[in-house]
Ligand binder design. Structure first.
Ligand code: C2E
Ligand code: MG
Ligand code: MG
Ligand code: MG
Length: 282
């Protein structure tokens, strides 16, 4: 039906394409020019401490703002960036931009925000990650304790011995390492004991149907106990309701992130939210 009305129909067809069809059409050259033309943006999603009920950090999440006004999500272009190796320059840009932004944030009445940056499997295995992070920290002037690198559990498990050294070097810079999507790797949990990490982020699949007394509550309780026994902080992602917040607090979880606290938003919107929450009569 895309052809039925002639001339402008191709555009119509394009606009109606779903994200996966769109992703198939993205070429390596598009990614390259998108990078050269500065079309990528970072959104920031707040992370709330359950102890202080304050926003203590943000996670930087990438979007591709295309010239035609369409905003692409990571799933639409990160797989290709990973396949082509372009994730390396893209990932370096994310680190730079997130650290620059975090160093700029100085919000009265609120503790300095930490910024979490996602690191892809290819970046993690690359020889230059430690040097890149070091350079970005020096150039941005960001206190390393305010940087948190999120590595997915599956990427870490795939080559636990290989990444251990990289993680140790990164950590010696003073930053934190989080294991993202924790619980989805279907692996023996023993790897967390062997790796120098600081924090577990429970995958949102465990949070989705969380109820008091549910199997998910038992699993989350066990992850929190494991984490705390190993002196790790435990956060949960995908928190969409106050009930989930309450249950996660009851499980002893340290921090939560999700639409209930705030959606991924612009740096300006994030500052406003933090200032609002820090205001005495909020
Ligand atoms: P992630 O690191 O696990 O990030 C959390 C994802 O869950 C984000 O999706 C976020 O928008 C979404 N989310 C947050 N709260 C909720 C909620 O309450 N409910 C639901 N249903 N979803 C929620 P997003 O931004 O589409 O990112 C998807 C994944 O892409 C990320 O998963 C991360 O693995 C990857 N990613 C994002 N930005 C970057 C980046 O700069 N570099 C790399 N290497 N990967 C990135
Ligand atoms: Mg998404
Ligand atoms: Mg993450
Ligand atoms: Mg995750």
């Amino acid at each position: 039906q895309a052809k039925a009305d002639g001339g402008g129909s191709f555009r119509f067809f394009e606009a109606g394409m779903d994200a996966s069809a769109r992703r198939l059409m993205i070429l390596e050259t598009d990614l390259r020019s998108g990078l050269a033309r500065n079309e990528f943006v970072l959104l920031y999603q707040p992370q709330l401490s359950l102890r202080t009920r304050r926003i203590v950090g943000v996670e930087a999440l990438i979007r591709w703002q295309q010239p035609d006004g369409i905003l692409l999500e990571p799933k639409d272009f990160l797989p290709l960036a990973e396949e082509t190796g372009l994730i390396r320059p893209l990932g370096a840009w994310v680190l730079q931009e997130a650290c620059r932004q975090a160093a700029q944030w100085n919000m009265p009445g609120s503790p300095p925000l930490r910024v979490a940056v996602n690191i892809s499997p290819l970046q993690l295995r690359g020889a230059d990650l430690v040097r890149t992070v070091q350079t970005v920290l020096a150039e941005s002037g960001l206190d390393p304790t305010r940087l948190d690198l999120e590595l997915t559990e599956s990427a870490v498990i795939r080559d636990a011995d290989g990444v251990a050294e990289t993680l140790a070097q990164l950590r010696s810079l003073g930053l934190r390492i989080s294991i993202d999507d924790f619980g989805t790797g279907y692996s023996a949990l023993s790897y967390v004991r062997r790796l120098p990490v600081d924090r577990l982020k429970i995958d949102r699949s465990f949070v989705e149907n969380l109820r008091p007394g549910s199997a998910d509550a038992a699993i989350i309780g066990a992850i929190v106990a494991l984490g705390h026994n190993l002196h790790l902080e435990v956060a949960a992602e995908g928190v969409e309701t106050e009930e989930q917040v309450r249950e996660l607090a009851a499980c002893g979880c340290d921090e939560v992130q999700g639409y209930h606290v705030g959606r991924p938003m612009s740096a300006a919107a994030l500052s406003e939210l933090v200032l609002d929450m820090a205001a005495p009569d909020a």
